[in-house]
Design a protein around this ligand. Structure first.
Ligand code: C2E
Ligand code: MG
Ligand code: MG
Length: 558
């Protein structure tokens, strides 16, 4: 689809044309997960949930239409439900209503086949109408950037490696830093331009080295080149060229590369790419580094990650993912609540900290299972405290950015408090600044709904990211949790002190309560009190402890 901006009428006729080729052609709003009905008079309405047809009551995990909307590029996905397989192609579009409003939507073209039957039927039918070679090119190449798409890249890479008569090859992954911000700050069109230019430069570099380039999804690219033609300086040149195109006063364009020198060509290509990506991840937030190479330490980490992923289900099922509670304190040390923090108890009795498993679970799409488990433990605990001296306690639970994609957070939370008959004001929801920045509009909408239902919403780790202030403008929450990094220099650096003092003051003016995280010393506590902060969390008061210990601490503090 070349054109991406449509009036309601234009999109209606587009859908009519497509419905000859596909079993289902429709337009959806991936933010609300609703089907958009396009009416004769040019108006629109939204009623039914879009996931109803392949999954009766749940939002799709890794929804291809959400992804299409975020990246501005076509996404393809297969869903299964009962005996049917749904091949979904999601194309981002901008829908213009008669009163001049324009908003992002996604056109979904769906082919439905029975389990066990081959290939997507509509694609076959469409191919019959096309020039054969053009169809082949389209099938193998990403429609936006015209480089190889994921499947064909893997296939072609395998062919090259198998046919190679000697000489080592290198797998390189490339990723644009903060690409989502490009879409947010400059719009989807600019985002598309960035992707196309990046692809053109990388493809040119790969081709001149005798290799190939592919776009594996979103802003992720891969290259396979002979080691003899590979050099770090060539990657640095490509990064510099791209940065020159797109950096502006408010945005520094930065592309990172992960490099894996292929020692064993028989390893699956996707594993090779995974290794290159592991290397990339080590420098993903560092604008001073362009490339990182996969090494033994990363191999160790990959094995560690595999252990976490393969052991997760069993640990969850056998109750070895525990809730620790860290007190939230008033200035005199009295405890008014707790933050729930996950701890993984190994079978040998040792404890694994969240730093070692949260990110792995996020990358593996498993974090929503952990979070739902933790939320339920927290609500159960609140229920248990009802009618006891702990009754007034609140528990704050953490949420990952991924939860917003894979769960209907509002439904899950309300179902939990209703099932256990717990006051929603007792369950506080911590959402990190970075999670909020990924999709400010969507988060803002969900947060309003949650607050309207009585949940207290807290912005976690405030000050850790780069766009904290603009976030406060867009998102209305009840509590601001100040990240410990803002505290670390207040003793030695007067400027840090001024900034922190102003943040506390500003939060007050915005009607938000402030909790300072990571208070470790009496001196820090004094400084924070002087700045007007009244609520605290940190080792000075207590580290996170098992529930029974937390209860003892609370009773002692009475
Ligand atoms: P967070 O939500 O910001 O939690 C506070 C972290 O700071 C905890 O680390 C806590 O132990 C640590 N901390 C508290 N006081 C101090 C202090 O005075 N000094 C220092 N140096 N550290 C302090 P923890 O338990 O290791 O958790 C790390 C992060 O992992 C959490 O940061 C949170 O983002 C994430 N996390 C933990 N449990 C869960 C969970 O169930 N779900 C999700 N999605 N994330 C979780
Ligand atoms: Mg937290
Ligand atoms: Mg925090």
């Amino acid at each position: 689809m070349e054109k991406t901006e449509f009036t309601v009428d234009e999109l209606r006729s587009q859908l009519e044309r497509m419905s000859g080729t596909y079993d289902l052609a429709r337009v959806v709003d991936p933010i609300e997960c609703r089907i958009i009905e396009l009416h004769d008079d040019g108006s629109i309405s939204m009623n039914n949930k879009c996931y109803g047809i392949w999954n009766a009551d749940q939002k799709c995990v890794n929804c291809s239409s959400s992804m299409a909307c975020r990246t501005g590029c076509r996404q393809e996905k297969t869903e299964q439900f009962e005996n049917s397989i749904f091949d979904i192609q999601s194309d981002p579009v901008t829908l213009k209503t008669p009163d001049g409003e324009a908003f992002p939507a996604v056109m979904e073209l769906v082919s439905i086949r029975k389990k066990g039957s081959p290939g997507p039927s509509a694609n076959d039918r469409e191919a019959e109408n096309r020039d054969h070679s053009a169809a082949e090119f389209m099938a193998a190449h990403d429609h936006l950037t015209k480089v190889l798409s994921a499947g064909p890249f893997y296939e072609k890479a395998r062919e090259l490696l198998d046919e190679s008569t000697g000489g080592t090859w290198v797998m390189i992954s490339a990723d644009i830093m903060n690409f989502r911000l490009v879409n947010t700050l400059f719009g989807v069109m600019k985002g598309n331009e960035v992707l196309v230019t990046t692809a053109t430069i990388l493809d040119g570099a790969a081709e001149s080295a005798g290799g190939i380039c592919g776009r594996l999804g979103g802003d992720q690219f891969a290259m396979l080149v002979p080691e003899s033609a590979y050099s770090v300086s060539a990657l640095e040149d490509a990064a510099k060229e791209l940065s020159g195109f797109f950096s502006s006063g408010i945005f520094t364009f930065c592309v990172h590369f992960g490099v894996y020198v292929i020692e064993d060509p028989s390893v699956p290509v996707s594993v090779m790419y995974g290794r290159a990506n592991s290397a990339l991840r080590t420098i993903r937030d560092d604008i001073t580094r362009v490339a990182a190479c996969y090494d033994d330490e990363m191999l160790r980490r990959t094995i560690q990650e595999q252990k976490i992923i393969s052991g997760f289900d069993e640990a969850l099922g056998s109750g070895r993912l525990l809730m620790y509670l860290q007190p939230l304190a008033e200035e005199d040390g009295s405890i008014f609540g707790a933050e729930a923090l996950a701890r993984w108890r190994r079978t040998d009795g040792s404890t694994v900290m969240p730093g070692e498993f949260i990110e792995t679970l996020e990358n593996a799409g498993l974090i929503d299972q952990l979070d739902r488990h933790m939320w339920e433990l927290a609500v159960k605990q609140l229920k248990e405290w009802q009618g006891s001296c702990m009754e007034d306690m609140t528990i704050s639970v953490n949420m990952s950015a991924r939860d917003f994609y894979s769960l209907d957070v509002y439904d899950v939370m309300t179902e939990l408090v209703e099932r256990y008959d717990v006051d929603s004001r007792k369950l506080r929801l911590e959402i990190t600044e970075t999670a909020l920045l990924e999709e400010p509009e969507k988060s803002s909408m969900i947060i309003s709904k949650l607050r309207a239902r009585g949940f207290i919403v807290e912005i976690d780790d405030f000050g850790k990211g780069h766009s904290s202030l603009s976030l406060l403008k867009d998102i209305q929450a009840d509590v601001l949790k100040i990240d410990m990094s803002l505290l670390s220099e207040i003793e030695s650096d007067p400027r840090s002190r001024i900034i922190l003092g102003s943040v506390i003051n500003m939060a007050g003016l915005l009607g938000m309560d402030v909790i300072a995280e990571g208070v470790e010393t009496a001196q820090q506590l004094e400084s924070l009190k002087e700045m007007g902060c009244r609520h605290f969390q940190g080792f000075w008061f207590s580290p996170p402890v098992p529930v029974s210990e937390f209860e003892k601490k609370y009773k002692k503090s009475l």
